[in-house]
Design a protein around this ligand. Structure first.
Ligand SMILES: C[S@@+](CC[C@H](N)C(=O)[O-])C[C@H]1O[C@@H](n2cnc3c(N)ncnc32)[C@H](O)[C@@H]1O
Length: 258
């Protein structure tokens, strides 16, 4: 059953992860989710953690959660988008998930050994207060010694037109055209997305979404972690074990609840 929890927060994106939900796995078919989970497991090893119960936070269609379930973890998911959650619950293996806002999770306290949130999901929270709330919620649902692992697009990634992309030719039935605009003062990247899917009978289904992501500085992230109660935390240049640099496109954060 899908539960929708009332939230005091608002989300400005137009139809974010609604129309695209049915095509998300197709769109992401080149994403090496198994290698991302290899990296998460390498981080767990470094932090000497052996989690059993895992929350895939902002799980989307559950690709990370399903890969972890295949590796023997007990995984649950939570995501703001109901269409994404439907796909998550139906995948193989299925990942039970609820519709829930990372800033106000409808989940009981101290239920998980690991909260993992990948693919820049937390960049979708557009203000520091909301980001802070998400860190507090992750802290609350973790058991003592539990780990929070998440990635974020950096300022460099969001300010360099990375999201201006298109695929308008070729045999792929899904065509798209995305235009990104960076607002430096707010550190927010707006992406206007147009999609068209060619069904087997030849008719095209068109839809549009507007997505917004905010870039957080390292200081903002570690400040939010500290305020939430985390005392040990570290950031990494994605898929390495070296520090984040001004040239990093993606940063990983690991934080432990003492
Ligand atoms: C780029 S997708 C990543 C999905 C998934 N983590 C993956 O790796 O494929 C970002 C996801 O974050 C979710 N999301 C955005 N804001 C959220 C929030 N405040 N609380 C929970 N989920 C959120 C979206 O609905 C979407 O499914």
């Amino acid at each position: 059953m899908l539960l929708r929890r009332q939230s005091q927060f608002t989300t400005p994106g137009r139809g974010e992860f609604e129309g695209v939900a049915d095509f998300y796995d197709h769109l992401m078919r080149g994403v090496p989710y198994d290698e991302w989970v290899d990296y998460v497991e390498a981080l767990l090893h470094r932090w000497e953690a052996r989690p059993e119960d895992v929350l895939d936070l902002a799980c989307g269609t559950g690709q990370v959660g399903a890969e972890m379930a295949r590796r023997g973890y007990h995984v649950w998911g939570a995501d703001l988008s109901e269409p994404m959650v439907r796909h998550c619950c139906r995948r193989d293996p299925p990942v039970p998930a609820i519709v829930s806002d990372a800033r106000a999770l409808g989940l009981r306290s101290q239920a998980f050994d690991l909260v993992v949130s990948l693919y820049d999901s937390l960049n979708y929270i557009l203000d520091l207060q909301g980001f802070q709330a998400a860190m507090q919620e992750a802290y609350r649902v973790l058991r003592p010694k539990g780990l929070l692992i998440f990635d974020l697009n950096t300022i460099r990634a969001l300010s360099t037109e990375m999201f201006s992309q298109s695929s308008l030719a070729g045999p792929d039935p899904l065509q798209y055209n995305w235009k990104a605009q960076w607002k430096a003062r707010e550190r927010i990247c707006r992406v206007d997305m147009w999609f068209a899917y060619r069904h087997p009978d030849g008719h095209f289904e068109e839809f549009e979404e507007t997505h917004y992501q905010r870039a957080y500085t390292g200081g903002e992230v570690t400040g939010a972690l500290r305020k939430a109660g985390f005392r040990s935390f570290k950031s990494y240049h994605a898929y390495r074990f070296t520090p984040v640099t001004p040239w990093s496109d993606r940063a990983y954060y690991v934080a432990r609840k003492e």
